[in-house]
Design a protein around this ligand. Structure first.
Ligand code: PMT
Length: 223
């Protein structure tokens, strides 16, 4: 049991996938159960933080009374809620698996099957984390990077490009790590490029260790 060492801290966390509609019955999405983001929200709430959890479409529940949950569906909705919630937060963690593309045209009635192939044109969604990085003031901003090849290199690239204070690199090709399961294996890298490897553990235990890393870095930054 951790002490209430996050009392008075306002934490904003995003979790889960986003869903991008093609027509009323079909959509594009990303893999994510929301477990990693929900574990972070619960771990922070148990340490006394006031937590806002922005969740894409998931089937799990947030248990702690100190968690205010806001449900969203699309990347655009997640962007608006994260942007509205950002200003007064101390720590912002983006564990969500946001769709990078959405159909350019959303059909209002069900698309009819064609003979042979069909083409759906996709357009980029907003990069929520990058936009938050651009307007960051005192917030400690943490991204996740789900990677399959040279994860540390890509993670460092995202840390710099998105003006983050830290990134949690998730090599989703490893057994026991990544989407849907109850465990994860991650590497925490802060903006001084100090690297901390967290061994395989439950997502809740990983969440506790990530919060330890974040709180330590916030303390070091304030000296
Ligand atoms: O939910 P689980 O089943 O428990 O799985 C957990 C997880 C594997 C989804 C999680 O640990 C994780 O790695 N989340 C990030 C997934 C992801 O989309 O990574 P990315 O490398 O594509 O994005 C990098 C960062 O930019 C992420 O913080 C993401 O939230 C953010 N992003 C990405 C695209 C976009 N349009 N807007 C964003 O804000």
């Amino acid at each position: 049991q951790k002490a209430l060492d996050m009392q008075g801290q306002k934490v904003l966390i995003s979790a889960g996938p986003t869903k991008e509609m093609i027509d009323p019955v079909r959509f594009f999405t990303n893999r994510s159960s929301g477990k990693m983001g929900f574990a972070l929200a619960e771990a922070a709430a148990e340490r006394g933080a006031d937590v806002t959890l922005v969740a894409g479409p998931v089937t799990i529940d947030a248990q702690h009374p100190a968690i205010t949950r806001i449900d969203v569906v699309s990347a655009e909705e997640m962007y608006h809620v994260m942007n509205d919630q950002f200003a007064d937060k101390d720590i912002v963690i983006k564990a969500a698996a946001v769709a990078d593309y959405r159909p350019k045209e959303v059909h209002t009635s069900k698309m009819k099957k064609q003979e042979g192939d069909d083409v759906i044109t996709l357009e980029r969604t907003k990069d929520i984390l990058k936009k938050l990085g651009e307007r960051k003031e005192n917030q400690f901003l943490v991204g996740f990077a789900a990677e399959t090849d040279t994860p540390i290199e890509y993670g460092l690239g995202k840390l710099k490009k998105k003006n983050l204070d830290a990134i949690v690199v998730n090599d989703v090709s490893r057994q026991g790590a990544g989407f849907e399961g109850d465990t994860n294996i991650v590497t925490y890298i802060n903006k001084k490029e100090s690297v901390t490897d967290l061994q395989q553990a439950t997502k809740k235990e990983i969440a506790v260790q990530l919060l330890d890393c974040i709180l330590q870095d916030m303390k070091d930054d304030s000296i």
